[in-house]
Design a binder for this molecule. Sequence first.
Ligand code: GTP
Ligand code: MG
Length: 380
Amino acid sequence: MSDENDKRPEWAPKEGGEGFTSKVMAGVEGGHDGMPGQKARASRRPIVKRKRLGIDDYERGILSGDRTILGRAITLVESNAPAHAEMAQELLKRLLPRAGESVRVGITGVPGVGKSTFIEALGVHLINRGHRVAVLAVDPSSSVTRGSILGDKTRMAELSRREEAFIRPSPTGGDLGGVTRKSRETIVLCEAFGYDVVLIETVGVGQSETTVRSMVDFFMLLMLAGAGDELQGIKKGVIELADALVINKADGENERAARIARNEYTRALHYLAPATAGWQTRAHTCSALTKTGIGEVWRVVERFCERGRGGGVFEGRRRKQVLDWTLAMAEQHVRDRFYRTDAVKGLLDIVRGEVARGETTAAVGARRLLDAFYDALSKS
Ligand SMILES: Nc1nc2c(ncn2[C@@H]2O[C@H](COP(=O)(O)OP(=O)(O)OP(=O)(O)O)[C@@H](O)[C@H]2O)c(=O)[nH]1
Ligand SMILES: [Mg+2]
């Protein structure tokens, strides 16, 4: 067994291409990286430590279309080490002028609705039309449900074999704020690299829909028709975030039910405030499995972009997103600092008790905590 594929994680399909950035690669191969061409027997070779990359290597690699370097740059922005953070921010600053040229599409829906299958079908459709597609996943609960995100990759076997596609699983670990930052920065890297469509899959868990909505231009909710209450399983409020509802699995016996559901949703949507000003959200049907209706769904996205770009809605949303994000990061920082301050920690239980017993008013309690906080800040 000296096949290089053996070095991949067990969930990776045998034919998976470079899109599987997390595959384990042999350190040295014949003809690779300017090494003299020799018959590499990868499995017997000791794994050679990868060369450390400097900021210029990252920049050059990304701008020249080196997907291995893109993968490593994403690992860099995902790192929680302070030394990496500084380099990552410098790299992002350099690449920012080249980012922003893509359409960012968020795709959500309950587990099993067919998101990964849909992304596979849509991704291949887009590549065949000359696009370059990056697929990212946002899963704030990934430390718990890691299995499902890894499982996704096998559902995208065809897409992952295509040169023009890049698939990156969800960043793991950390809170929602951390995952959000990593995903947003990964989008910048992918755009600078030249991907003009970024598809972001998220599982309908916790706050992930709102998070993904805040980083995409177009947000799509995949749904299923049929059995009883059609709203079942979909969290309240998620429909209001969507620019399109897509009823998947409209194939075989399910096709008729899907059409009926589409009409019902389209009627109901008229009574909801639109997710995007000036855009009427509608319901559509498709089958990710038979690849029917995929082109139609993409035309909806294209229409949305044409309209949005013309009226400035598109740019306005992006500007607002980046500003909101800036402030959210600053607020998060202050909040963390507040709760990590020893003087505040020491006082918190006391104030809590006094306020609960009605001995102190809320305003006085807050004032005491803030005084302790500012006092500690001025001494630090
Ligand atoms: N009949 C039919 N089956 C489909 C269709 N799309 C997906 N499926 C099947 O539905 C199952 C779940 O599909 P996935 O693409 O993994 O669903 P997902 O939404 O990504 O699931 P999670 O990642 O677990 O949240 C698989 O068995 C697919 O083959 C479709 O259009 N028609
Ligand atoms: Mg999936």
